[in-house]
Write a protein of this length. Structure first.
Length: 481
């Protein structure tokens, strides 16, 4: 007898229940009345109901059909007379592929596990509706990002994970070494002799692929990176990870306006892709979001639900204002005058906090905002200096509920000005000769930006903790799984 090939539940649910014989494989979500199995295979948020004839099924087999068990079921797909589904699988044969002891299984559906509990069991949390929805959406966003850049003729560039350069001047980096940690070789001054190390110099995990992407852009025209980056910040917050993914396009012959256009187009494209292709998962997460909002005091509830928030960003043209204009708006705002802001705005030159960014987006303009032309002191060395000698051609895109989601700039293409800025910021020019060479040999205006992928997934899924939108989060004192 020929084996029937497995069909995914997602495909079955959009087909006709015409009595044909099919096979499904998946994991038991619930088993009721020794008869009704709710099975899910990860292809969709929805389960398929399989009905077994318990009188013709061995009692030992019935005992083994428990939440979490893996099954293979063959039978006929027929219309359902029961509530909650349009079709069901009338089981003819059932095989248990993997048992799941209900006494030991951490994900029992009787008690809805907390997100904190699920973080501790991150190896199993994919099996819940919430996390299966999140990671299908994460996949859809990643696909849409590659699709967007591919359609525009960008080259996908893989920049190094191990690097000797510090793109941000942050200093909070993970070291990479093959030297003995207990007894490293030392030079005559007593410092660690990195000449003896694997790479012959001090190296660490990258904080950004931007500087290397600029090298690619200055020959290939338009490139983008999409890879892991690392920060050794000791931050135990809902917004920080030690390992996260970044999307960083770099475009030759582009100015700040081109950069803003590209960033706005990218964000709208990927959100529309998810709205069009992840309706069921978004609807589930939106309902979850609304349930959570009900538990909050009225004054703390969000004005927009998850779907409204996404349409807020896809349907509005982003407002573009300078940092200087933003400071004036904030200084004269009611929350600032009444000292409602945690960080009072009283002078030009301060770094804006999330509360200020959200006020501009949610209260003042009621649309996404792009801030430009920041003070040079609060931005990185590679950003192009404006003619006023006070500000740089930088831009940040601000979203509701989250604040900054993208940071970018027109890059400083003038060698003399770049060298002066590096000197002022104590960035060793001799170690960055390769970066400066792009300004020595055929320099041209160029621009780019960075988009933190987890920040984007956080926004699109409506989750509130960044540890819930990456499969295996890395943060201080945690490197499980």
């Amino acid at each position: 007898m020929e084996t029937i090939k497995r069909t995914k539940i997602k495909d079955l649910l959009i087909s006709k229940p015409d009595g044909r014989e099919i096979n499904v494989k998946g994991w038991v979500r619930t088993f009721r009345n020794n008869q009704f199995i709710s099975i899910n295979d990860g292809s969709t948020i929805h389960n398929l109901q399989a009905v077994i004839n318990f009188e013709n099924t061995a009692s030992e087999t019935l005992k083994r059909i428990s939440t979490g068990a893996a099954l293979s079921i063959t039978g006929k797909l027929v219309p359902s007379l029961g509530k909650g589904q349009t079709m069901e699988l009338q089981a003819e044969t059932l095989e248990i592929l993997g048992d799941c002891d209900p006494e030991q299984y951490p994900l029992q559906l009787k008690n809805r596990p907390s997100l904190e509990y699920l973080r501790e069991n991150a190896h199993l949390r994919f099996r819940t509706n919430t996390f299966s929805a999140i990671f299908r959406i994460r996949h859809a966003l990643a696909f849409a990002i590659h699709d967007f850049f591919n359609k525009r003729g960008f080259v996908y560039l893989n920049t190094p994970i191990i690097t000797a350069s510090d793109a941000e001047g942050a200093g909070e980096m993970f070291h990479v070494t093959s030297l003995s940690i207990a007894n490293p070789p030392r030079n005559e001054t007593g410092k660690v002799d990195f000449k003896e190390d694997f790479f012959g110099k001090e190296t660490h995990l990258t904080v950004s692929g931007q500087l290397e992407a600029e090298l690619g852009a200055m020959a290939l025209g338009e490139v983008y990176t999409f890879g892991p980056t690392f920060r050794a910040e000791n931050s135990n917050t809902t917004r920080h990870l030690a390992e996260f993914w970044m999307i960083e396009p770099e475009v030759a012959f582009a100015n700040l306006n081109d950069d803003m256009d590209l960033a706005e187009d990218l964000l709208k494209y990927v959100m529309r892709h998810v709205l069009d292709n992840c309706k069921d998962d978004l609807e589930f997460l939106n309902n979850r979001f609304l349930e959570e909002e009900k538990t909050k005091p009225q004054q703390d509830r969000a004005e927009l639900d998850l779907l409204q928030k996404l349409h807020f960003c896809t349907d509005n043209k982003f407002e573009r204002i300078t940092y200087t204009e933003a400071i004036e708006i904030l200084k004269n705002s009611t929350p600032n005058k009444k000292k409602k802001f945690q960080y009072f705005i009283n002078e030009w030159g301060v770094d804006l906090q999330s509360e200020h960014e959200r006020f501009l987006v949610e209260k003042h303009f009621k649309k996404p905002v792009i801030l430009t032309d920041y003070p040079k002191e609060i931005k990185a060395f590679y950003m192009r200096l404006n003619d006023d000698n006070k500000t740089v051609r930088a831009m940040d895109i601000l979203f509701p509920g989250i604040g900054e989601i993208i940071g970018g700039s027109q890059r400083e293409e003038r060698l003399d000005i770049l060298e002066n800025k590096m000197k002022t910021m104590n960035i060793p020019a001799e170690e960055m000769y390769w970066y400066l060479d792009t300004r020595r040999f055929g320099s041209a205006p160029h621009a780019g930006f960075g988009l933190g992928f987890e920040r984007l997934v956080l926004f699109v899924t409506g989750m509130t903790n960044i540890r819930d939108v990456i499969p295996f989060p890395r943060f201080p004192k945690s490197a499980e799984f």
